[in-house]
Ligand binder design. Sequence first.
Ligand code: HEC
Length: 474
Amino acid sequence: MRSLVRVLPGLALTLMMVGTAISARAQDEPTPEDSTRAMVQQPSFARDVAPILVNVCQRCHNPRSTTYRTHGFDMTTFESFLKGGNAGSPVTPRNAAESLMVHHIKGENGFAKMPPGGQNNLGPQAIERIERWINAGALLDEGRSPREEIQKFAASAESLEREALGKLSAEERDKVFLTRALELYRKSGLKDAPQTAVSTHFVAVGPLPQARLQHLTKEMEKVLVELTRFLGRPVGAPLIEAQDKVVVLVFTEKTPFSEFVQSDQNRRLERTSASVHKFTAASSYVAVVDPLKGSDEPDSDRDALAAKKKRGSTRNRAADSPAGPERTLVGLATQDLVEGLVGKVGKSPRFLAMGLGCSFAQRVEPASPYYNTLRRDAFNQLRIGWATKANETLGDQGDPQDLRAMGFSLVEWLSTAPPTRPRFPLFAQVLIADGGNKLDEALERIYYTKSREQFIGMWGQWVGTAYRGLVGGR
Ligand code: HEC
C-alpha cells in the first residue's frame, strides 16, 4: 500500500478496498506509469475523469442511448453530468465514499456495477483518480464551460503521455526513448544488445559501430532542419516535437529486418525493400538495412559509388536490387524519414511524399545510381503511355515502384527547372495542407496551368528532355 499519510481521510478506506475488488484494464489507464505523479498533482476533471467518461461511460450515458430511459443519466456535458440521472447527482463533493458514482463503479452496497457486464471494468488507478477528484471538491477545470461537450476537452491518452514526457529531464527522456527503441528492435528476434546513439530528435540502435550510428543521427538532424525549412514550418509547430524522438532501427541482415516488419506491421516485405517507416502518435520509427552490412568504414561507400559510376558498371544491376550497395545507410534512412514526416504533418498525396523522400535522399547520396534507375523508369513511361501513367500517379494509384519513380521525376522537374523552381515549396506546402483532391486548384493558383492535361504534357516534355541521355542508344 502506498503511503497513506498524505491521503485524504475518505480516501484511506477506499484505497484499501480497491486492491481486492477490481480487475485492471489497460484501456481505462491512459497513463499507468505516472499514477504516482497524478497522486501529487492537483486533481483535474479534464485529465483524470473526463477521459474515463468519454471512453467507457458515454456510450450508454447519453440521451440517444437505448438505456437512457432507465437511468436518465446524460454525461455529454459537465452540467448534465453533475445533475445526474433518476437517482440524483453522481457526486457528493469532498466525500467520495458517499458518492453514487463511486458506489456504482465499485459495484458496492447493492448498486449495479458500472460499466455493466463485467467488461471494461475500471482499474484501481482509474477509480482512485475519480475518488481523489471528488474529495478535492469535484470541480471543473478553470477556463472550461460546464456546457461544453466533455469530449472536446477530455485529455487524450496521447496528450497525457506527451505532458508526462515533457516534464522529464532530458536524460530521463533519453532513457524512455532508448527503452522504446530496444523494445522495437527486439521484435526482429535479435537478442544481443545493439549499439545505441541519441541526439536531440533521434535515437538510433543497431549492431554496427557506434561511430556510424552517431554519424547517422547527426545526418538525420541535418535532414530535419532542411525539411523544416523547405516546408516553412512555424516555430511553434516543429516536425518532431521537443519531447519526442524518432527511433532509427538499423539492421545488418535482411532476415531480422523482415522479421521486424512482419512483427510490427503485420505484413510481408517486398523483395527489394530495404527501408520502412511508421509515423503515428504513439510510435515513430524508420527501419533500415545497412547496405554495408554493419562494416566499420563510415562513408567509404560514397567514394566507392563514385568510382563505380564512372566505370558505368551498375546500369542493369540497379533495377533488380535498388537497395544493394548502390545505396547508403544515410540515404535510405533519409528517404523514409522525409516520406514519413511529410505524410504525418498533413494530407500529402503519396506521390508527393514519395517524391520528396527520394529527392532529399538523392541530395545525401548524390553518387548513388539508384536515382538514374528511377529516372529511367519514368522515362520509359513516355513510350508506354505517359498520360495514363501520369494521371494514375496524380491520383495516387498504381504500383508503388512506379508511383515512386513518377513522384521523383515530378519533384525533380518542379524543384530544378527554372520556371517552376521558385514556387515549388509553396506548391508542396499547399498540397500537403489541402490534400491531393485540391491538386487542380493548386496547379491553377500556383503554376497558372489551365488544365491537368496541360500540366501532364509539360511534365512529360521535361522528362523526355532531361532524362534522354540516361537511356543510351535504345
Ligand atoms: C452498457 C451501458 C452502460 C455503460 C457503459 C455504463 N452505464 Fe451506468 N448505467 C447503465 C444503466 C442501464 C443504468 C441503470 C441501471 C440500474 O440503475 O440498475 C446505469 C446507471 C448508472 C448510474 C446511476 C444513475 C441513476 O441516477 O440511477 C450511475 C451513477 C452510472 N450508471 C455511472 C456510470 C459510469 C461512471 C460509467 C462508466 C464508468 C457507466 N455508468 C457506464 C448503463 C451503462
